[in-house]
Write a protein that binds this ligand. Structure first.
Ligand code: 6PG
Length: 261
């Protein structure tokens, strides 16, 4: 069941979101001794990240990943990594090897391939792979029966949403939405939101996550939120998220087109 919380304004959204994300991470840490968090870019989550930095006292077991990245250097103003550094990573004690940066400077294809390897490289035990969504490797690779490779399962993925209903860098009608349940990380060369070259987690990885936390504020997101909660459609990537593992935290402006929200 999708959990929808509507609050007065953006400050209240950031406060509630940071508390919910902290709760989800603490739960994962308690259950498995580690927690895998993926961050999106954009303006909406920045305040949430700043509050999250104070929301968890011990970040030792947390791994920080990224839901998407622009193909720019990590110090570039458009970098999602730079946003995360300024609002969260530079404010917490976290091991460098626990921060898994998408290397946008490699370009879409190499960057996506590199990240898929890193994410897949974590052992099944570390990611508590969701055996319900095994990935079949080709028999040719192993000369025998296909050995199912589990799809990485992240604990919390923080998502913004565009006015067009995109999440991460999965855009309406894009071929990335049809990459299948074996895809982990994908190149984007034609993003309608600048810059055009990006790297994005796949829809399969978003859908496999234990929880996606979708944040939206302002009337300009109202139609996107309404469409995200309506029937699934490739024209609204947010509507393709796993509804039973989705938390939506929005303000009155973003809820305006969806009385149920
Ligand atoms: C990106 C983001 C993207 C963003 C939405 C919402 O790299 O641009 O990951 O998915 O979250 O476009 O952005 P705003 O919060 O700025 O509206």
């Amino acid at each position: 069941m999708t959990r929808i919380t509507t609050l007065d304004d953006a400050d209240a959204v950031a406060t509630r979101a940071s508390r919910e994300i902290a709760r989800l991470l603490e739960d994962a840490l308690g259950r498995r001794g580690m927690a895998h968090l993926a961050l999106s870019g954009g303006a909406t989550p920045a305040q949430t990240y700043e509050l999250l930095a104070e929301g968890i006292t011990d970040w030792t077991g947390v791994h920080v990943w990224f839901a998407d990245e622009r193909c720019v250097p990590p110090e570039h103003e458009q970098s999602n990594y730079l946003l995360a550094r300024r609002t969260l990573l530079d404010r917490i004690e976290i091991a460098a090897e626990h921060v898994h940066r998408m290397k946008g400077e490699l370009g879409p294809d190499q960057g996506a391939c590199d990240y898929a390897s890193e994410l897949a490289g974590l052992t099944a035990a570390e990611l508590e792979a969701a055996t319900s969504v095994p990935r079949q490797t080709s028999a040719a690779n192993h000369g025998g029966a296909a050995a199912p490779k589990p799809l990485p399962v992240l604990d919390v993925i923080v998502l913004g949403i565009g006015p067009d209903g995109h999440v991460a860098s999965l855009f309406p009608g894009a071929s990335t939405l049809r990459a299948g349940d074996q895809a982990i990380c994908l190149p984007v060369n034609d993003s309608p939101k600048p810059p055009s070259e990006r790297i994005t987690l796949s829809l399969a990885v978003l859908r496999a996550a234990r929880r996606c936390v979708l944040l939206a504020t302002g009337a300009e997101k109202a139609n996107a939120i309404s469409a995200a909660l309506a029937a699934p459609s490739e024209q609204v990537p947010a509507s393709l998220l796993a509804r039973e593992r989705l938390t939506v935290i929005i303000d009155d402006g973003a809820a305006a087109a969806n009385p149920a929200a």
